[in-house]
Ligand binder design. Sequence first.
Ligand SMILES: Nc1nc2c(c(=O)[nH]1)N[C@H]1C(S)=C(S)[C@@H](COP(=O)(O)OP(=O)(O)OC[C@H]3O[C@@H](n4cnc5c(=O)[nH]c(N)nc54)[C@H](O)[C@@H]3O)O[C@H]1N2
Ligand SMILES: Nc1nc2c(c(=O)[nH]1)N[C@H]1C(S)=C(S)[C@@H](COP(=O)(O)OP(=O)(O)OC[C@H]3O[C@@H](n4cnc5c(=O)[nH]c(N)nc54)[C@H](O)[C@@H]3O)O[C@H]1N2
Ligand code: SF4
Ligand SMILES: [Mo]
Length: 783
Amino acid sequence: MSKSNTETAETGKGITRRTLLKTSAAGALIAGIGGTAVQSGGAASESTSENSAYGNCWQCHKLCGMEVTLEETEDGAGIATEVHGIDGHPRGSAGEGTKGTLCPKGLSQVEKAYSPQRIKEPYVRKDGELTAVSWDEAYEYAADRLEEFGEEYGPESLVEFHGWGTAGIFSTLFGNLYGCPNSMPHPTPTCFGSMAVTGTLMGLGGGNIRWVDYENTEYLLVWGRDPLETFAGQWEAKQLLRARERGATIVTIDPVYTETAQKSDMWLPIEPRTDGALALAIANVIIEEEVYDAEFVENYTHGFEAYREAVAGKTPEWAAEKTGLDADVIREVATGFGRAAPRAAITSWTGLGQSADHQKAAQNVVALTGLVGNIDRPGGQRWFGDADLADPFEVGCEADLPDNSVENMCYLTDPDAGYASLTNKPVQNTVPEMVDNGDVNGMVYYYRNPVTDGAAQEWLGTDGEDGALDKMDLIIGIDAFWSETTRKADVVFPEASQLEKPMLGSGGYGAYNTKSWVTGSKAAIGPQWNTKSGFDIIKGLGHAMGYEEYFSWGDKEAYINDQLSGLGLTLDDLEAEDTYVLTGEFGWEKWKEGGFANGTDQFMFDLDQLIATPYEKLSEQVGTEIETRPQWVPPGTIGDELTEEYPLEMLDARSVEFSHGGDQALTLPLEQLAESYDLEHEDYRGNYLLMNTVDANERGIEHGDRVTIASDHGEAELMAVVTEGIRPGAVSVEPYGFGRGSIQPDEDGANNMLLNRPDQIDPISGEIDRHLAISVNRSGGEH
Ligand SMILES: Nc1nc2c(c(=O)[nH]1)N[C@H]1C(S)=C(S)[C@@H](COP(=O)(O)OP(=O)(O)OC[C@H]3O[C@@H](n4cnc5c(=O)[nH]c(N)nc54)[C@H](O)[C@@H]3O)O[C@H]1N2
Ligand SMILES: Nc1nc2c(c(=O)[nH]1)N[C@H]1C(S)=C(S)[C@@H](COP(=O)(O)OP(=O)(O)OC[C@H]3O[C@@H](n4cnc5c(=O)[nH]c(N)nc54)[C@H](O)[C@@H]3O)O[C@H]1N2
Ligand code: SF4
Ligand SMILES: [Mo]
């Protein structure tokens, strides 16, 4: 950043210029962070500016900053050979003065950039065959098909899936401009809908059970989450381990002895889907012992009496029976958490967010944050502030975006239903049926693969029967690797990988708990083969569709600079600052001024004022009264019940080597995963089924055997990992995102969502239920 810019920024926009870090050894590099989970890339990190470029890792989309070592080539283009972290980076390090690193996923970016598995050119379907064509032809073809589609079916019969990358403008193109109201972003219904809806309604915020003020916490409940493998940027794993080193108590509540459980003070191997009982018992103890925050409860909450009644009699002994945990342990954790509060926090994500029966468990868990008053207080659930980026459409293109469909786009904020859903809006699992009904006829998608998320059979088809992908009239995708989804598309636009394009990100949660930040970089290398950045593709398609005025930026850098103009910065400034700048300060207890996430000035234990009608409908549907206050709802009430035929409960999870289903075409993560279970010698590069020794012995299954998992709906095959590190009765597919429909070149492993029925969703949020009753058998009969 030049001097004058710095001053403008400091005086004009309140930006603090961060201290440039001179030494990488300064501060605390925690030795052996997360086992092998977080490591530094390549050999030395002394690469000089002549042979290095900056980048922002987007392999799991968390933007850890990186320096890319380039080897000079004869044409002067340069080849990326190694990637390294950046010290002090808000996502890649634990904060100021600490070492920046890249995790195993991040290290596989070099392979991604040059992987021969990538889609190398644009394709369109000609006479039934996907055929490589020029960019112009692909744009024109797609635009023509979209125009015809609009005339024949109307834009409302298109669904739009987006995930990562420049997803915002993809949604703008199809939502605001083309007029498709069916936008399917992540959080609900694919990621943690049960928790996102409940957390928002109660007032904590959909995502705020995830973010902890690690720097100040004294007691942490890791509840249905494995942050040492699924850290949202490496800062998180590092700060968690640092909190533990300075004496904070870490308790992991998980049926699996996860990486995080192994590094915790206590592991509570809970019976799956009984978390609601545990949360009520913790509240029972906290209220009995009067260690709750009476002042917060009195002044800032609604429904405490209903909550108090709900927890009456829900003692640790009562919960011990449901959860399979020890009553004394429950009491100890409740007391520890209650006494440490507000410097006590909960982190949770998909473990409590991806099951129909977790709808109420999520409420019971979130209620604890209101009870102990830890919201946006030091050591509690942090409400991170955002950097003040400008809206590029306001700055860069004069044209006003039509506001035709945006308010309809989010499942959660349907204006007629309040926050409630139950409105038959499309969700991932209902799309196949809508295709059958003729309500949906086409799909556009960007950096997403819906066929490994849920109802996979209905999406993919089976036994000669067509699936939704076969039946749709038009599929247009922006993708990087070949999958069954891509192969069934009518237009495929190949996206350049993360090293090949300028990136921008801001936050938000990260290593700096009182400062927002922005990070960005130019492309380290040019687009490989005949690919383009997502931005360029969306712009090109937008132009062909007749929306030039809305996409008037020359290139992605100009688009990024328009966003940065809100901060008085440019991409050049960021590069000069090792890719990141800390921006404004944000304070604590922001609910005092701005209210809670439910739009009121009260945290709601009881949802009677917000969601009574949907809960009535839900009660009718499941034949049990689902109350608006916290309540114990046993597993099987809304979701699957275990039976003699299907006696095991299937869970699934992520692993540190993969970001969802996005890296399965790469050799490095596939090898590392196999090595982590000592199965690298096997001719198999799929995912694994973790099962307890007892369950394995009963079925004659040994470590490394191929096993078939089956529900009453479908089946899949994968390899068994036999271990003491999972509760008997539960089995876990790790990681998900393999098998049929995935980008694994041999389709090795299981797409466990072939076992999921379309109606297996949380009826309130539409979230896909990933707790299924299944059988497990050794494939191909006896030994
Ligand atoms: N490496 C990596 N990191 C990632 C991602 C990735 O794909 N790879 N994805 C990112 C995204 S988008 C997300 S949503 C997050 C998700 O982050 P996490 O939620 O941490 O993801 P999982 O590894 O699936 O961990 C869920 C945990 O919940 C446990 N669990 C399952 N059922 C129950 C239950 O009934 N009760 C309890 N108490 N626990 C249960 C599982 O055993 C598992 O350990 O990760 C983010 N980070
Ligand atoms: N069974 C099961 N399913 C789940 C979950 C689970 O826990 N279990 N978790 C859910 C959660 S939390 C989330 S957030 C979603 C995430 O799921 P998605 O949004 O689908 O994300 P990915 O799996 O990363 O997307 C994979 C696709 O991205 C493509 N891809 C890879 N790199 C690039 C690139 O550089 N550019 C482009 N354009 N495409 C690329 C790949 O070819 C692949 O088709 O998954 C959900 N699905
Ligand atoms: S945490 Fe994500 S963004 Fe950071 S280095 Fe790993 S893969 Fe890249
Ligand atoms: Mo997610």
